[in-house]
Design a protein around this ligand. Structure first.
Ligand code: ADP
Ligand code: MG
Length: 228
């Protein structure tokens, strides 16, 4: 599903060049449930953003479902994201003036699905998340765990093949974190490839493969606890 060959990425600010990814080689098969770990600043979000076609790399190759992702126009990138990728963020990124159902339905609005239909589909996803009765509530009336489930429902509504989540439990307490991980596990068991970034060991152990980034490279890659 995902193949990276020698991916390099630097950030340039003023006269400084920060070389963040120094040749990442990685293959993630369809249906895997992977966590990316590493200390703060190790490039986890940078890597996830490249995978989500939210940012570009400097050198190497990224194949998503055998399509080379490189120098896409913004329109092409948006199309590929729509077709393949769902994104979940630590801070939920819900729209504060839209209710839960409208937040979930938003990707379908951009696909020109009419309001009645997109709200009906959004309700199905809210129901799957156990949140049907919260449909009319605004984000500020919801708990962190509820907001993250809404963000997950929003990410799933366009039927992505890959779900990317950057510290999805980073703003949640332990119990709520485990509930969110359980939901991700169920989604993965339905065949969606999931890649999360986390710096919590217990969270990473709920995935099937743990990739450690250090100094711009993959330091270890453990599949079910064994060196991959
Ligand atoms: P992580 O998610 O592992 O904490 P990041 O990928 O966010 O790390 O960042 C890696 C390094 O790149 C950090 O030193 C960070 O400050 C720097 N960085 C991230 N994004 C940018 C950017 N847009 N411009 C300049 N430097 C950046
Ligand atoms: Mg980060």
């Amino acid at each position: 599903m995902i193949r990276l060959n020698g991916i390099n990425k630097s950030y340039i600010t003023g006269n400084n060049k920060l070389h963040v990814l120094k040749g990442i080689d990685l293959h993630i098969k369809a249906g895997e449930f992977v966590s990316i770990m590493g200390s703060s600043g190790s490039g986890k979000s940078t890597l996830l953003n490249l995978l989500g076609i939210l940012d570009e790399y400097d050198a190497g190759e990224y194949f998503l479902d055998n399509t080379l992702i490189r120098n896409q126009s913004e329109t092409k990138a948006a199309g590929l994201r729509n077709q393949y990728i769902g994104f979940v963020f630590q801070s939920f990124n819900l729209i504060s003036f839209k209710n839960a159902m409208e937040n979930v339905a938003l990707p379908l609005y951009y696909q020109n699905v009419n309001r009645k239909k997109r709200n009906r589909i959004a309700m199905d996803y809210l129901e799957r998340m156990g949140l049907a009765e919260w449909a009319e509530h605004m984000p500020n009336e919801l708990s962190g765990g509820q907001k993250q489930r809404i963000a997950i429902a929003r990410a799933l509504i366009s039927k992505p093949k890959v779900l990317l989540a950057d510290e999805p439990t980073g703003a949640l307490d332990t119990t709520t974190s485990y509930e969110v991980m359980q939901i991700l596990k169920e989604i993965n068991s339905e065949g969606i490839t999931i890649i999360i970034v986390t710096h919590e060991n217990d969270i990473s152990h709920m995935t099937n493969r743990i990739i450690h980034l250090k100094d711009g490279l993959i330091e270890h890659d453990l599949v079910n606890g064994k060196t991959g």
